[in-house]
Design a protein around this ligand. Structure first.
Ligand code: MN
Length: 147
């Protein structure tokens, strides 16, 4: 097992493919995924690097599993629960269980973040029309979310 994976260029690593964010779907845009760490013998978590291009967005979703996130490229904004967060490089974000969340770049630069998750996790749930209507009661959230 190779315990040292070198960076090859900015935000790229040797033999780590740049993949689709999720298989199929139109509920996200301009986002790629790199699986940096895929669990150990006693460390049952994955570390992924996601990068969102200007104008892109991650899916609006929630699930029982949690995310621990660190911004490592650029700046962005995130819906986490009922708040829109302004995120700078090296900020940390925790997404608690069953909390609606979505990430977007803050401007015209790529927005990249590391995201740690449990290897054994539940499938994300997407909002139905009722949930979207509830979220949109807040004007800031209404402006922010992308479906
Ligand atoms: Mn998620």
């Amino acid at each position: 097992m190779n315990g040292h994976i070198r960076r090859t260029e900015d935000f790229r690593w040797k033999d780590i493919p740049v993949s689709a964010y999720k298989p199929g779907g139109t509920h996200f845009a301009g986002i790629t995924r790199q699986l940096l760490f895929d669990g150990g013998e006693g460390l049952r978590c994955q570390l992924r690097y996601f990068e969102v291009a200007p104008g892109g967005y991650s899916s609006l979703e929630r699930h029982r599993h949690e995310h621990a996130i660190m911004v490592i490229r650029g700046q962005g904004r995130a819906l986490v629960g009922e708040r829109i967060l302004e995120l700078a490089t090296h900020d940390l974000v925790r997404v608690p269980p069953l909390t609606w969340h979505q990430f977007r770049p803050g401007g015209e630069q790529p927005f990249g973040f590391l995201c740690m998750v449990d290897c054994g996790r539940d499938r994300p749930e997407r909002p139905d029309a009722k949930v979207v209507a509830e979220l949109r009661r807040d004007p800031g959230i209404a402006e922010f979310i992308r479906l």
